[in-house]
Each structure stands twice: as C-alpha cells, then as structure tokens.
Design a protein around this ligand. Structure first.
Ligand code: CP3
Length: 346
C-alpha cells in the first residue's frame, strides 16, 4: 500500500507480459476464513449483509493486503452478489455455498430472470471508490462469476458434483440454455462494468466449474456467453483474467473467449500451459492450495518449481491453483509472498 505513483503496477505489467522487477503474487480467496481478523469482523454479520456494506467490503478487502504484502487486492464480493442484487432469491450457506430458493429449470423461469440495473450494485461502486483511494497504487482486482458457473448454481439449486440438471438442460433444450446464459452474461457484464467505472485495475472472470465440460461442449454452449462479457470489457483496457478449475484440456478456448491472462490450476504445469497458449497470453497460478499444509521445505520447493516453469510464459502472475482453503495457516501465505518476491527478483 506504499506505492503512491499511478504508473502501471507490477501486477498489471505482468498481465500484459511486460518485464517486471519481481513476480506479482496474490491469492484467490485471500480475504476470508483463513484470517482471524476476518472471522472476528464477520462473527455477528451474515454473509449477504457483509457483502452489501461498503465499510465492511473495504475493511475485509484490505486485511490480506496489510497482512501478507500481496501485489494486488481482490474486491470482497461473491459471484452471487449481482444475482441477489437483481432480485433472485438466494442465500450463501456457511460451509455449503450458494443455495437458490427456486431453481431455474424451464423457459418461464428463464424468462423471469431479471436485468441488473447498475444502481442495484451502487454499494459495490462505493466500496471500489473507497478502496482505490486507500490502496494508493496497489491494484484492485474486480471479478464476477461466468455464465456457466452461475447457471450451474441457478439450475442445480446449489453446489453440485455432477451438473446433471445443468447438462440435461444444455443438451436437451439448447434454446432455453442459451437464453439463460445470455441473460446471465448481461448481468455479469453490467456488474463488471460498474466495477471498472469505479476504478478496478483488472477483472477476473471465475468460470470455476467449466472444467466439468468437454472442450467441444465448452466451445458450443459456453464460450459465446463468456466472450460477450470479456469482449464487452475490451475497450476499457483493463487486463482480463479468465479462470477455471480442471480446465487443462481447454486452456486455448478459455484464452480465445477474450482473456489477457489465463488462470491455470495445479494439475497443469505452467510451461505446458504456456506451450498450449502461445505467446499472446499470460498465465496465472498455480500452487496447489493443499500443499500449503505440508512442511515448509515442500512449499518452498513447489514455489521455486512454479516460478521456474512460469518463465516459459508470456507473463506470469503467481497465485494458487484455486482458492485459499479455510484452515490454511496465514503465516505460510505471508512466507510464500516473500519467497516469490525473492526468487523472482531479477
Ligand atoms: O478471493 C477473495 O478474497 C475475494 C472473495 C471471494 C468470495 N467469493 C468471498 C466468499 C471470491 C473471489 C468469491 C468467488 C466465488 N464464490 C466463487 C469463484 C471462486 C472459486 O472459489 O472458484 C464461487 C464458486 C463462489 C460461490 C461460493 N460462495 C462458495 C463456493 C462459497 C463457500 C461456501 C463455504 O462456506 O465454504 C461462498 C461463500 C464465500 N464467498 C465465502 C467467502 C469469503 C465464505 C463464507 C464465509 O466467510 O462465511
């Protein structure tokens, strides 16, 4: 939080594949239950309420930046925030995730999916404004859920391992599927445009569960809708990060959807990802979040391997391969930040 200049940050430069003095590092889910200061601030406040309060969004977003010295903040929000703001009845159940009161499974329910008006997320714009001011140079990453991942929650009614209803609708009623995803792409684009207008330095599109699809189905049923969101951000000039879990078989498709940076989970080495993606895309990742529970020498060796493999890419933003697990020792995360900076310094 010390850099007061408005020069592009190390993080933004790495996203564009420009040379950097050290690798930037941040962690998906860096704000959250791994931090005692998060648990204490959330103790008496339900999740959906915390997500609507600019003062709490501000404080929770800053906590990991203060503690770990990461190179970017990520807005404290959730993929369901724009859905709830637009009027869809849902909850975030602790230990479970999003739960939808009336799952969307037929044309009438799809037709009733509301539009998001920018004013319905003005609390997000206000929080971003506060944060950009206070972060003074540390970039703030905005984000949203991608149409497939949002659709999977809305159709299944909650988390799923198999996506059976989602895939049944996608294949059995493609018109209904595409109508739903195009409404979700509109909501998502409105939500990320509000964040960009308020001052975020980059946007990450989380298609966390898209890896459940074959590449062919991804290209046919999902990519056009994610492309609506990502191409809708193109003229803003902010880097666009596109992330999913278990997507090693379709990284080029995720890049082609309109990304500048492709998120890679721990299953695919970054040099392999770089070879698949070619010279026009940076990569983000990919330490296995479960490795943080191993003894430090193991963590250190893995960090060094990932930094070395990332050199094959056009640009590299160090991160985990998925979010911080709630029982992670935050001291280990702080040590990882220092180590990445040290081993990557030119
Ligand atoms: O990265 C960050 O620090 C920003 C915070 C963030 C949250 N949700 C806050 C949150 C981000 C980036 C998200 C995105 C999100 N939400 C995704 C995509 C990222 C991913 O992990 O793949 C998804 C799939 C969701 C849906 C969701 N919301 C889940 C699966 C859960 C966890 C349920 C649980 O309790 O284990 C949530 C709730 C949630 N969102 C929490 C946080 C900090 C935990 C709730 C709590 O603190 O009580």
């Amino acid at each position: 939080m010390s850099d007061t200049s408005r020069e592009p940050s190390v993080f933004v430069r790495a996203c564009h594949g420009e040379s950097v003095p050290h690798l930037p590092v941040w962690f998906m889910r860096q704000a959250g239950r791994s931090l005692p200061e998060y648990r204490s601030i959330r103790a008496d406040i339900p999740m959906l309420e915390a997500l609507r309060r600019p003062d709490l969004i501000r404080e929770i977003t800053l906590q990991p930046v203060r503690r770990h010295g990461v190179d970017a903040a990520i807005l404290f929000s959730d993929i369901v925030v724009p859905l709830a703001a637009a009027g869809i009845d849902l909850d975030l159940k602790p230990g479970v995730g999003p739960v939808i009161a009336e799952p969307i499974r037929d044309p009438a329910a799809v037709a009733a999916v509301p539009v998001l008006e920018p004013a319905q997320v003005d609390f997000v714009a206000e929080a971003v404004g506060l944060l950009v001011e206070e972060l003074s140079g540390t970039p703030l990453i905005g984000f949203a859920g991608a149409p497939f991942t949002l659709a999977s929650y809305l159709i299944e009614g909650g988390p799923s391992r198999t996506y059976e209803r989602t895939k049944a609708l996608m294949h059995g009623a493609p018109d209904v599927w595409h109508a739903l995803c195009s409404r979700l792409a509109d909501i998502t684009l409105t939500f990320v445009r509000v964040q960009v207008a308020a001052g975020v330095s980059a946007v990450q599109l989380f298609d966390s569960w898209a890896g459940a699809l074959s590449e062919a189905d991804y290209r046919r049923y999902v990519m056009p809708h994610s492309a609506t969101v990502l191409s809708g951000l193109a003229e803003s000039g902010v880097p666009r990060i596109h992330f999913g879990v278990g997507t090693g078989h379709m990284l080029p498709a995720m890049a082609e959807a309109g990304a500048d940076v492709v998120g890679v989970d721990w299953r695919t080495p970054l040099d392999t990802a770089a070879a698949l993606l070619g010279p026009n895309f940076a990569v983000q990742g990919n330490l296995d979040p479960a490795v943080l529970f191993a003894p430090w020498p193991v963590v250190e060796a893995e960090v060094r391997r990932i930094v070395a493999e990332g050199r094959a890419a056009h640009g590299h933003v160090f991160n985990l391969g998925h979010g911080v697990l709630p029982d992670t020792d935050p001291e280990v995360l702080t040590r990882v930040v220092a180590l990445v900076h040290e081993v990557s310094a030119a």
